[in-house]
Ligand binder design. Structure first.
Ligand code: GTP
Length: 787
């Protein structure tokens, strides 16, 4: 900005004062100017203006405005008519310079220089005696902006007047310089200063960076407006070696960003799911009691189905004889006016398979134990499944009508599994019932309602319905049909729902009896039609407001599913155990132990649990005798457990399930090996160099004793292949009875290198002759694991 010069003599001239007066003011209040040509700075000018203002007071600000107003009015007629400005104002004549209202009024005659006027610092005050007391600018607290505005106004008016009155060109140019230009300049100066200051502040204020949960180093650098090298260097300073493409977590990124002078804000990414699905927490005052959801578990033939049938049939009003026609996988009964929802899918498999998918739908488990049979392997499984889910167990000791029933023995056995009956001072409710004869069922149901009351099960019926898919199928006439359990809110006919990868409107809604419903509240099971496809059991469903967005979410889920299928991830394995412990992800190592004899189960369980240390707790969530089955795999999958087998093998379904669900199964023959391996894995010292690769299985169909050779097994290769010299194990009823090598492999009379699936062959096992018909010979090799 060009700064115009304003000299002593120009100031004097503009104010109609002598150079001497100005010089005197400056000498008194600042430094004396060298001569009349000296350029004055802002400070000096302020002093002069202040001084003149103080010594040329007006009676009120309105006087000035009144003057201005009147003067303007007067200017309207073409003839220049000096008019009395105010009674106090001296009358100027003709083209004489107008008096300055707030400063020195100057009386000039003709072209006479104002300098000729005798002037002193005292003089102006005496010349405007009528204009009194308006001084707002005393002391250092000067409002410059206001001051400038006044000055500009005055200057502007005077310039205008001068022009009107044919004032000199020179005067006008001075006027511009002194009044208008000067104040504009000052104002611009101020504005410029302000802008610079703001810029400076903005520069100094820390840069705000938004950081998501995970961010690549390169992206972080660009968000912080820094170079990648600077960020990498800062990371290294903090002991983190990371390349530009490496992903770092929010905490690390935040530390780095703060260290580099940025202000960190967490970037919240709102997904379609978050936008679409109402997941707000209910306020306690909105919650009302809801019916408990009960599942019946137990060993085969202990009476689960009979119990469910009895409960269902007795609950049906006599008028509805003929029972329930519509079977929808869940039903509700009323006990003393209180509803109980039963999942009509007996067995823990269904229960655990849902839990494996993250669906926690049951509140209470009824454990059926036949009084004549006692606790059996599946009873133990059921106990452990319910315990893993953390739900209360009510024991129904069934078949008490049988003469051989021995409920006390059952109770004794229960204590061995951590369920101490109430009668014996424990907390487990045990009810003696007969499902067949309908004995004690009422009491059992009452116990269920009591337990439910203790659990304080609540839900909010006044929100959009949500819950879990219990089962779904494709009906020929009705299309995809799903049984849903509403867990919170109220599901209404016509609602748009999304369940896993299925979406659609609730076209029809039926209760378990087949009656049409228009709405269903919490804990109510319903069968609905109207979905685009049959959703998977265990999928959560939600009633949503926006169908288009719901369809978009379904597409997204389908794409995610495809991507997941392409890249399976191992949930927990001995290989990744240490990493998970180190990263704090895992605080507990859950194990399922299966062995050939109960003694081994107990021994292994005790030894493994002793491995617990400060960082990780080792817990055997289930132990049992026999081959590893699908149920074990499901429990492992839903609980994030590793399966440990001793002298047992997984059956075909378990093998498939484990492969599908990435469950780690470890087989051992010696307890010591198992303890050693798990201990090493926990310390991160596991160095498994070899992995077992199962080649195939052959069933022994016939055996021949050949003298000098031993027992020859005539086999049929069921799957895979058997290769000569491969390692084999002989498995009888799921239990490994021998491990060794093949001694010979023949097709008819010839030696064979390998025998493929569906072919017969003869084989002998090195140093083992106790082969029997029905044994399974599993061929395997050890393969090096690339590290
Ligand atoms: N005496 C007597 N028999 C019963 C009782 N409850 C069930 N049974 C019988 O026990 C057998 C098995 O009963 P289910 O209800 O099918 O047993 P489950 O546990 O559902 O069996 P799975 O479905 O095979 O797992 C049937 O023959 C029933 O009649 C009972 O209270 N008393």
């Amino acid at each position: 900005m060009a700064i115009e010069k304003y000299r002593v003599h120009e100031v004097a001239k503009d104010f109609g004062l002598s150079t001497k007066t100005i010089t005197e003011i400056l000498t008194k209040y600042a430094t004396a100017p060298k001569n009349h040509m000296q350029v004055l700075d802002d400070h000096e000018l302020s002093i002069i203006f202040d001084y003149l203002t103080q010594h040329n007071q007006v009676s009120g600000i309105q006087v000035i405005f009144a003057d201005t107003y009147q003067e303007k009015k007067k200017e309207e007629p073409p003839a220049v008519q000096p008019a009395p400005q105010s009674p106090a104002q001296p009358k100027p004549q003709g083209q004489k310079a107008a008096p300055k209202p707030q400063s020195q009024p100057v009386q000039q005659k003709g072209g006479e220089a104002p300098r000729q006027q005798p002037a002193s610092t005292q003089q102006p005050a005496s010349r405007v005696p009528q204009k009194k007391i308006v001084d707002t600018r005393k002391g250092g607290d000067v409002n410059l902006a206001k001051y400038d505005e006044r000055l500009e106004d005055l200057g502007g008016q005077r310039g205008e007047r001068m022009q009107q009155r044919g004032g000199k060109e020179k005067f006008r140019s001075n006027q511009r310089k002194s009044g208008m230009t000067f104040s504009n300049k000052r104002r611009q100066d101020e504005a410029e200063k302000m802008r610079r200051l703001q810029l400076e502040i903005a520069k100094k204020a820390p840069l705000k960076v938004q950081i998501p949960d995970e961010i690549s180093v390169g992206e972080l650098a660009s968000r912080m407006k820094k170079t990648g090298a600077e960020v990498v260097k800062c990371l290294m300073k903090n002991g983190i070696m990371a390349s530009l493409s490496q992903i770092i977590d929010f905490d690390t990124a935040a530390i780095i960003a703060e260290e580099m002078g940025c202000k960190v804000e967490k970037e919240v990414v709102v997904t379609i799911e978050e936008k679409l699905i109402d997941a707000h927490e209910d306020r306690p005052e909105d919650l009302v009691p809801r019916a408990p959801v009960v599942v019946v578990m137990g060993h085969v033939d202990h009476g689960k189905t009979s119990l469910l049938d009895t409960i269902r049939n007795t609950s049906v009003a006599s008028g509805e004889a003929g029972g329930i026609t519509q079977h929808i996988g869940a039903y509700q009964v009323q006990v003393n006016g209180k509803p109980i929802t039963f999942l009509d899918t007996p067995g823990h498999e269904a229960f655990t398979s849902m839990r494996a998918r993250g669906a926690m739908i049951t509140d209470i488990a009824i454990l059926m134990v036949a009084a004549d049979d006692g606790i059996m392997p599946q009873t133990v499984e059921s106990i452990n499944h319910a315990k893993a889910a953390g739900i209360p167990i009510i024991v129904a000791i069934n078949k008490i009508d049988k003469p051989e029933a021995n409920p006390d023995r059952v109770m004794q056995q229960l204590t061995e599994h951590g369920l101490v009956p109430e009668d014996w001072g424990g907390e487990t409710i045990c009810c003696k019932v007969s499902a067949k004869k309908n004995l004690g069922i009422d009491n059992l149901l009452e116990m269920v309602t009591l337990t439910a009351e203790m659990e304080e099960l609540r839900a909010n019926p006044n929100r959009a319905g949500q819950g879990t898919v219990i089962e779904a199928r494709l009906d020929k006439g009705r299309g995809p049909v799903a049984t849903l359990l509403v867990q919170n809110g109220t599901l209404k006919q016509g609602d748009i729902i999304i369940a896993g990868t299925a979406v659609g409107r609730v076209r029809t809604m039926l209760d378990y009896k087949g009656n049409r419903l228009t709405e269903a509240g919490p804990s109510v099971p319903v069968e609905i039609a109207g979905l685009s496809e049959a959703p998977t059991a265990g999928s959560p469903f939600f009633a949503v407001a926006d169908e288009r967005m719901a369809r978009e979410l379904v597409e997204q889920r389908k794409a995610e599913e495809r991507a997941k299928a392409a890249a399976p991830v191992q949930k927990v394995s001995l290989e990744n155990l240490f990493d998970q412990i180190r990263s704090g992800e895992r605080k507990e190592l859950a194990l399922i132990v299966k062995a050939d004899v109960q003694g081994s189960v107990e021994a292994v369980k005790a030894s493994l649990e002793k491995l617990s240390n400060d960082e990780v707790n080792v817990r055997v969530i289930h132990g049992g005798v026999g081959a590893i089955n699908e149920s074990d795999v499901m429990l492992a999958s839903s609980s994030g457990a590793i399966i440990v087998g001793f002298n047992v093998r997984p059956d075909a379904a378990a093998r498939d399930g484990a492969a599908r669900q990435n469950v780690d199964m470890r087989m051992y023959r010696v307890i010591y090996d198992c303890i050693d391996e798990i201990e090493s894995a926990m310390k991160g010292m596991l160095a498994p160099k070899y992995r077992e690769v199962v080649l195939g299985h052959a069933e022994v169909r016939q055996t021949y004793k050949v003298s000098g050779v031993g027992t020859v097994a005539g086999c049929y290769v069921q799957d895979g292949k058997i290769v000569r010299n491969c390692s084999v194990r002989v498995v009888r009823d799921g239990i490994v009875i021998h491990e060794g090598h093949l001694a010979s492999l023949k097709r008819f009379k010839d030696d064979a290198k390998e025998v493929a699936e569906n072919y017969e062959c003869g084989m002998t096992v090195e140093k083992f002759n106790d082969i029997k018909e029905g044994d399974i010979i599993e061929g395997y090799t050890m393969e090096e694991i690339p590290r």
